[in-house]
Design a protein around this ligand. Structure first.
Ligand code: PLP
Length: 372
């Protein structure tokens, strides 16, 4: 199998698994418990929190462990709205559904929402964000790097605008770990999800600036300093902390970018009617999102799958209906969205795999076009 879907998830690293194992088997206590077993688990959790705080560049009292990137997006949007009661939200039109749909839910509850559109490169203009600011704006979400086209946003400028107007700025960093520095100092909150950088699934960490106005979504426990009720998954938190420590070094970025660049230049030069979606430069090293004129992205995905190659279309598949990606539609229109395929490379991919994938793609695209 050739796995080119590293933005969807990644394989668990051996050293991460080894670090988690004791907390699944021997140190299984509840970190809230007042006895030796509880204390051992609490020590593991404390060490994991400290490790995450070092990677984030914040105080360990500003690190929260959650169940995933989706929960983080929900907590940011709904938690800030709940704390304010009313107001206006600014949301980039290329956010992950966890932010988009949370904002839409809030709009049904009386909050006003402005969606800021990206330009054709997939970049959100800070000026557009500033133009959207109203007197009652309480929240802004613009992600660090987009999950479909990998474009990197100007977090610092957007954070400064938000700070100037007293707006809570949430930055989803799920796809940006190891690629850009964390927006510490200019975001009020940001989040990472372990399974995107060789950690376990169902584990996220969120930075929330001390003193932020935000209410919990999950009640019924004092855990996570009263912001997130529920027994913390210690093994997952430990795994996340080790995976994050590995990932922030960005040691594999050169290898990954080399594979991605080779792949893109070969596809664009050897397969006619192909277009790279998103900015060429301002994108994470792993992402290549390409539209294949005249082909449905899903067809390419299924044919690649038959050849043992895993990719994604970035389409939302719900209730059996396949909708073209809202992100590509926003930057390049519906047609390009329908023919888009996302290839995301990782540290374990090789040049041979790139070679094989390019050859397979050439055959598949020619066949699909001939059958028309
Ligand atoms: N935010 C972004 C940008 C993502 O890419 C994803 C997952 O694809 C999420 C949030 C959700 O993360 P999780 O899978 O941990 O719920």
């Amino acid at each position: 199998m050739i796995y080119l879907d590293n933005a969807a998830t990644t394989v668990l690293d051996e050293n991460v698994f080894a670090a988690m194992l004791p907390y699944l088997k021997t140190e299984y206590g509840n970190p809230q418990s007042q006895h030796a077993a509880g204390r051992m688990a609490a020590e593991g959790l404390l060490a994991a929190r400290d490790k995450v705080a070092r990677a984030f560049g914040c105080d360990s009292g500003e690190v929260y462990f959650l169940s995933g990137g989706t929960e983080a997006g929900n907590l940011a949007v709904k938690g800030v709205c709940a704390a304010h009661g009313s107001g206006h939200l600014i949301i980039s039109a290329i956010e992950h559904p966890c932010v988009m749909e949370s904002a839409l839910e809030m709009s049904k509850r009386g909050f006003a929402v402005t969606f800021v559109q990206p330009d054709e490169r997939g970049i959100i203009s800070p000026e557009e964000v500033e133009n959207a600011v109203r007197k009652d704006t309480v929240f802004c979400a613009v992600m660090a790097a987009n999950n479909e086209v990998g474009t990197i946003q100007n977090m610092q400028k957007i954070g400064e605008i938000c700070a100037h107007h007293g707006i809570f700025y949430y930055c989803d960093c799920v796809q940006a770990v190891g690629c850009v520095p964390f927006p510490i100092g200019y975001a009020d909150a940001f989040s990472v999800s372990a399974h995107k950088f060789h950690g376990p699934k169902g584990a996220a960490a969120m930075y929330i600036k001390r003193g932020s106005k935000i209410s919990p979504l999950i009640s019924g426990g004092m855990q996570e300093r009263n912001l997130r009720g529920g027994t913390v998954n210690v093994a997952a938190a430990v795994g996340l902390s080790v995976a994050l420590e590995n990932a922030v070094k960005g040691e594999n970025n050169t290898h990954i970018a080399l594979l991605r660049d080779r792949f893109v230049s070969r596809v664009l030069s050897e397969i006619p009617q192909t277009t790279l979606n998103g900015d060429k430069i301002l994108r994470v090293p792993s992402n290549a999102n390409i539209s294949f004129g005249g082909c449905a992205g899903e067809n390419i995905l299924f044919c690649l799958d038959l050849k043992g190659i895993c990719v994604s279309t970035g389409s939302a598949c719900s209730a059996g209906a396949v909708a073209p990606s809202h992100v590509i539609a926003a930057i390049a229109g519906e047609e390009r969205a329908k023919s888009a395929v996302r290839f995301t490379f990782g540290k374990y991919n090789t040049e041979e795999e790139v070679e094989y994938a390019v050859c397979a793609l050439k055959q598949i695209v020619a066949k699909i076009r001939n059958e028309k």
